[in-house]
Design a protein around this ligand. Structure first.
Ligand code: SAM
Ligand code: SF4
Length: 390
């Protein structure tokens, strides 16, 4: 194994550490663009959920044994709708069964409604130390068209409170929205950067199958979406403006000041291990030299019932070397630091063949142990990965 320390003294490529992902499947309302495993429903009794999460963490601890946890991530759905006691119980149980690294990152995704903003101090007391706020847009009409329940003012208030409560706050915006011009996005991103965030997630709107937007789009009722060229210009502008503001992209959609990158996502992007608990959560674990993939039952009621009966995992597979390589390349090349050549060799048992055209045409850079995409290659990531994994 190589010993390069590519990020902040952490050998992320070879030892990205162990994390815990906790999925909360409920939202106040289903947004028309969203294909996450989330449901607009009032959850069952909080104590039932607390008991289920605790049982799943204990079961995973039996499976993987002692670990040092570097990160916990509460994702959703809308985890800011969770009872603070449930969040507390998850954190306490994780600490009881695994040890925490000194710099453990504990992130919770929050929506900017006033009710949830009022709970932020409770989440902080429970041990959450990083908040990811779903702002999505800074324009009233666009928030409405995205089906959001919050106003711009709610988002600004939530951001303000979040920054007083947490040292590390990130927020999400979606661009390439209906009727958005390049100049509109430039003005909105300027406003976002004026809040001096440490971390920003900037996603290009994608029309996902199975969503209300997908139906509307295919019926011709989702008008005014920027064409591919404008969307590509928006991506380029995003790279330039965030870099100039000191938050360069460190992944396709993620931008951060130095030292403020999400450590949890780094586990995914660098082939680390994590336990995934909650409806629909996926995990990747090393158990006695085998890479195990886990998938939890998708439906919340089914997941709860299964956990109460025995366990929430619906599918557990041992991944082949090719599967491990595919995931490592697909996830790793999203990150600006790319992948370790030695690591690909360790997985495969032989040298990964790299199409020289990709390097000659300036899409991929190979230097020493490191294989990474260039600025020119990054927008073509999917095509590059296809060529690498033939
Ligand atoms: C799990 S989701 C949402 C977290 C939180 N419930 C919220 O809505 O703010 C994480 C992020 O993915 C992004 N997202 C979801 N669906 C998307 C889509 N179709 N296109 C682009 N971004 C999307 C949104 O920015 C969202 O904040
Ligand atoms: S975007 Fe967030 S609030 Fe909206 S449905 Fe998806 S997970 Fe729920």
């Amino acid at each position: 194994m190589p010993s390069e320390n590519w990020l902040q003294g952490v050998c992320v490529k070879t030892d990205p550490g162990f994390g815990l992902y906790v999925h909360w499947p409920y939202c106040a309302q289903k947004c028309p663009y969203c294909d996450f495993n989330s449901f607009a429903r009032t959850p069952e009794d909080a104590s039932v959920w607390t008991a289920a999460y605790v049982a799943e963490i204990e079961r995973h601890a039996d499976l993987v044994g002692p670990q040092t946890l570097r990160s916990i991530y509460f994702g959703g759905g809308t985890p800011s709708l969770m009872a603070a006691e449930t969040v507390q119980a998850v954190i306490d149980t994780a600490q009881r069964v695994w040890s925490f690294s000194n710099d453990i990152e504990i992130t919770l995704e929050a929506n900017p409604s006033s009710v949830e903003t009022g709970k932020l101090t409770d989440f902080r007391s429970a041990g959450v130390n990083r908040l990811s706020l779903g702002v999505q847009a800074l324009k009233e009409d666009d928030l409405r068209r995205l089906g959001r329940l919050h106003s711009t003012q709610d988002a600004l208030t939530a951001l303000d409170v979040a920054r007083r409560v947490f040292d590390r706050v990130s927020f999400d915006l979606i661009y390439a929205r209906q009727d958005q011009t390049l100049a509109d996005w430039s003005a909105e991103l300027t406003q976002a950067l004026s809040f001096d965030p440490g971390h920003l997630s900037l996603y290009q709107l994608t029309i996902e199958p199975g969503t209300a937007f997908h139906d509307r789009f295919h019926r011709g009722n989702l008008k005014g979406l920027p064409d591919e060229d404008v969307a590509a210009d928006m991506f380029d502008l995003t790279q330039d403006m965030t870099a100039a503001a000191g938050l360069p992209a460190y992944e396709i959609s993620n931008h951060a000041k130095s030292g403020m990158q999400s450590r949890h996502n780094l586990i995914y992007w660098s082939g680390g291990s994590w336990a995934g608990i909650g409806p629909g959560a996926h995990g990747r674990l090393w158990v006695e030299d085998e890479r195990i993939g886990t998938e939890s039952f998708l439906n919340p009621a089914t997941w709860l019932k299964q956990v109460q009966a025995s366990c929430g995992t619906q599918k557990q597979t041992v991944l082949s070397a090719q599967d491990v390589l595919n995931e490592y390349v697909m996830m790793g090349l999203r990150h600006i630091d790319g992948i370790s050549r030695q690591r690909t060799n360790d997985i495969l048992g032989f040298d990964l063949a790299i199409d020289p055209d990709l390097v000659e045409m300036g899409f991929l850079e190979v230097s020493g142990d490191q294989i990474k995409t260039t600025a020119k290659g990054r927008p073509l990531l999917n095509q590059i990965i296809e060529r690498l994994l033939v």
